[in-house]
Ligand binder design. Structure first.
Ligand SMILES: [Fe+2]
Length: 216
């Protein structure tokens, strides 16, 4: 995967293995992650450790969750349980992350949450709280999701693009294809914004989201 990313012009990758606090301790997760990063040599891509957190109440048992963040930053990639209806507990947890831990949550693959897609009020609330919103490259390409993701990108509701790659067979990295599609359908400015935001996340800089437009 790192070889493929390098071939697609990617110079830095944030590694975000899944962490479910209900299944494994943070200590064991961090040990396994360290081993995995160490095992990748000469990838041609700079690797930054991170995680993708499944929001669960057990996460809040830890006093310090900063080792789960992207590199040395306060940015943390999180995902919600997939449910038909919106659980307001999600927003409570997000608020806890922001207020108690000083975290800037990045909501992973926004296109997967049907209740959010049906009700942009939730999306607006999450953004107003200070969350950043991420989408997957595969969702830009796939027919089923492409229109909606492009619409969100144009509306300024998506701050970050991620590969969410898991392997080289069913979920390979596909930046080249996705960026081509965004450029064709939404224009180069949006790609520039995504790139600038990515750079700011890995360097821990603040992202100004005021450039977002309102969806009709
Ligand atoms: Fe995920």
């Amino acid at each position: 995967m790192t070889k493929s990313l390098a071939e697609q012009g990617i110079i830095t990758a944030v590694c975000t293995p899944h962490f479910n606090p209900a299944e494994v301790s943070m200590e064991d997760f961090l040990k396994a992650r360290e081993g995995a990063v160490q095992s990748i040599q000469n990838s041609g891509v700079k690797l930054i450790p991170g995680s993708e957190i499944f929001l669960h109440e057990y996460l809040f048992h830890y006093k310090d969750i900063s080792p789960l963040c992207i590199g040395d930053t306060r940015y943390l990639l999180i995902e919600f349980p997939i449910n038909k209806t919106w659980d307001t507990k999600n927003e409570f947890y997000v608020r806890q992350l922001i207020n108690y831990y000083g975290i800037i949550p990045i909501i992973a693959h926004i296109e997967r949450y049907k209740p959010i897609l049906k009700n942009t009020g939730i999306l607006k609330r999450l953004r107003d709280m200070g969350c950043l919103i991420q989408t997957n490259t595969s969702s830009v390409i796939e027919k089923r999701t492409s229109r909606l993701v492009i619409k969100y990108l144009q509306a300024g509701y998506i701050d970050l693009l991620g590969s969410d790659c898991h392997n080289m067979t069913t979920r390979p990295p596909c930046f080249t294809k996705a960026l081509k599609e965004i450029k064709r359908k939404a224009g180069l400015d949006i790609i520039t914004r995504l790139e600038v935001n990515s750079e700011r996340v890995i360097t821990g800089e603040y992202i100004n989201k005021s450039t977002g437009y309102i969806l009709d």
